[in-house]
Design a protein around this ligand. Structure first.
Ligand code: SF4
Length: 357
């Protein structure tokens, strides 16, 4: 049995809304709904930061890379006036550029300075923590083994803090090729959105190779990633099918699919929207697990529940793995009055920057 499953009157107001709203329940068919799921504190902060910046300075607000890895969120912000770019140089001088929740390397801050851009840094504070660890260990001349996925923005940003000291380890199979200058001075750090179990496998392999390997002072895999994986583990044994709402470029969402399968679910799929679900997936399935990645707004989960309800899966039970109450304050640039600074910059450059309204 699940440790904290709640039904009916025990549900939170929002959860109750989801459950009571279901229309169709066929006997024996049910949905297990993970809690926590969806937005984490870092994503919430980043999305609100773009909205506040648009309100305060007017469109366009340029955002370097997707502010968070979710198609719906990006499309919604684009409609409001956010312009997503891949490179800093694409932003015309005199404008505001926001850095995404995944963080950027110091060289990107420098590019923005060179380009006369006002910046708002929406890097998640838990990613910033890893950057600071990298800087500290590099100063102490450690070889830093960064466990993470090659090419992921967060990994690129963290590596950029100390490129001469950091090497990427993309899973246990990478360990054989790792070489360090001094095996007694090696530390591992990690991307915040990895699979907890797979990361520990990599760490164990690294420890076998480098017995003196130092661990980070606290977990780099963030609370939100860990909690969402824990909830999926709890439902995976009972749900024959797990549907993870999230985008294909979302690392933490993809990990949820893997964790669901490892936990015993026969099938697990990642979908951006309810209309991507294939009816054939439901064949012979009595219990469907539903969860969402840390960058997914709840409305998309509601649509999936509605879709399932219409097919007889109207009975929803919550699988609660943890309580979350963490929130982060907005980026400091937004907290102080940036309006004057940005307006002055635009005036100086004669640029096409944010409105002085
Ligand atoms: S998943 Fe974790 S590290 Fe990433 S934005 Fe959310 S809280 Fe921050």
């Amino acid at each position: 049995m699940f440790p904290a499953r709640r039904r009916g009157r025990d549900l939170d107001a929002a959860e109750r809304g989801l459950t009571m709203g279901r229309m169709t329940a066929s006997p024996g068919r049910r949905v297990l709904l993970a809690a926590p799921r969806g937005y984490c504190a870092g994503v919430d902060r980043a999305v609100i930061a773009v909205e506040k910046a648009l309100e305060q300075y007017g469109a366009p607000i340029y955002v370097r890379h997707e502010i968070v890895h979710n198609k719906y969120v990006v499309q919604t912000l684009e409609k409001k006036g956010a312009v997503f770019v891949e490179r800093t140089e694409e932003v015309p001088p005199g404008n505001i550029v926001m850095f995404s929740a995944h963080g950027v390397a110091p060289v990107v801050h420098e590019e923005a300075r060179q380009g006369r851009l006002a910046t708002i840094d929406a890097t998640c504070p838990l990613v910033t923590k890893v950057h600071k660890e990298a800087v500290r260990y590099a100063k102490e001349d450690y070889d830093i083994l960064l466990i993470g996925h090659e090419g992921h923005e967060e990994v690129i940003g963290t590596s950029g803090e100390a490129p001469d000291h950091i090497q990427l380890v993309d899973g246990p199979e990478d360990v054989a090729k790792v070489e360090v200058r001094d095996p007694s001075k090696v530390v591992w750090l990690s991307q915040t959105t990895l699979s907890v179990d797979e990361t520990m496998e990599t760490v164990d392999a690294l420890k076998t190779k480098f017995p003196g390997l130092v661990s980070p002072p606290s977990d780099d895999i963030c609370y939100a990633t860990q909690n969402r994986q824990l909830a999926v583990k709890q439902m995976g044994a009972e749900a024959e099918l797990v549907i993870v709402v999230g985008s294909r470029n979302s690392s933490n969402s993809k990990r949820l699919v893997e964790v669901a399968k490892l936990a015993g679910s026969r099938e697990a799929y990642l979908v951006d929207f309810a209309d991507e679900i294939d009816e054939a997936w439901l064949e012979g399935v009595t219990t469907v697990g539903v969860t969402s990645g840390a960058s997914v707004p709840e409305v998309l989960v509601e649509q999936v529940l509605e879709w399932l309800s219409e097919r007889g899966y109207g009975d929803v039970e919550i699988v609660k793995a943890a309580e979350e109450s963490i929130t982060f304050s907005l980026p400091k640039e937004l907290r102080r009055d940036l309006r004057e600074e940005a307006t002055t910059l635009v005036a100086e450059r004669g640029g096409t920057g944010p409105s002085a309204e």
